[in-house]
Design a protein. Structure first.
Length: 197
């Protein structure tokens, strides 16, 4: 099997998506997203850069109010599972309750990619990437999948990601963030609008 061209992003680079569509008491959505970004920044998970904030339609359509989204790069030596645990702790501290898949949330953090790691393996990643839309609503992986199996389809991920690392290359698809964003439908791309930070 031919291996996709490697990204020029360092192996310790972790990309995290931040999103919220339910305000915390006393905070705007933008303030909550910024708080989560700063909350992840630490000596062993150092914030390198984050995107602008963007208003994005709720996904799936009609399931709640619009989101504020961002993507950030952190340099970390943490193992992916340890980093995911830290993301879940921040979500919980900010009031996230995992009641409904793709439901409303005070904070949603997704580990998009870490270097060019593929976890647990290419076949499992491909299985989740190819899952039919009606199954995506019902099923979620019980292990960490990297890169995130839906990242290449989501404007609310790719458009903010363009701000900070358009050259990151998907280790299986072989496409950069810029190339994946260019394949988005125009309507999806234009629906992601910069927000006041």
């Amino acid at each position: 099997m031919t291996q996709a061209p490697r990204s020029d992003i360092h192996a310790d680079a972790a990309f995290v998506a931040f999103g919220a569509n339910v305000a915390l008491a006393g905070k705007t959505l933008a303030e909550a997203v910024n708080q989560a970004i700063m909350g992840l920044d630490s000596p062993d998970c150092r914030l390198v850069r984050h995107s602008r904030l963007f208003h994005t339609p709720c996904f799936p359509a009609g399931t709640g109010p619009d989101y504020v989204n961002a993507v950030a790069r952190f340099d970390t030596a943490l193992a992916p599972d340890d980093l995911l645990t830290r993301l879940h702790k921040i979500e919980t501290a900010m009031g996230r309750a995992r009641v409904q898949r793709w439901g409303r949330r005070t904070m949603d953090l997704d580990l998009l990619a870490q270097g060019d790691l593929v976890l647990p393996d290419v076949a499992t990643l491909r299985h989740w990437m190819d899952l039919a839309p009606e199954q995506q609503v019902l099923r979620a992986p019980d292990v960490l999948i990297l890169p995130h199996p839906r990242l290449h389809e989501r404007a609310f991920v790719l458009v903010p990601w363009l701000d900070i690392a358009p050259q990151w290359r998907h280790p299986v698809l072989g496409l950069t963030v810029a190339q994946m964003a260019a394949t988005l439908p125009d309507a999806d791309h234009s629906a992601v609008r910069p927000a006041a930070s």
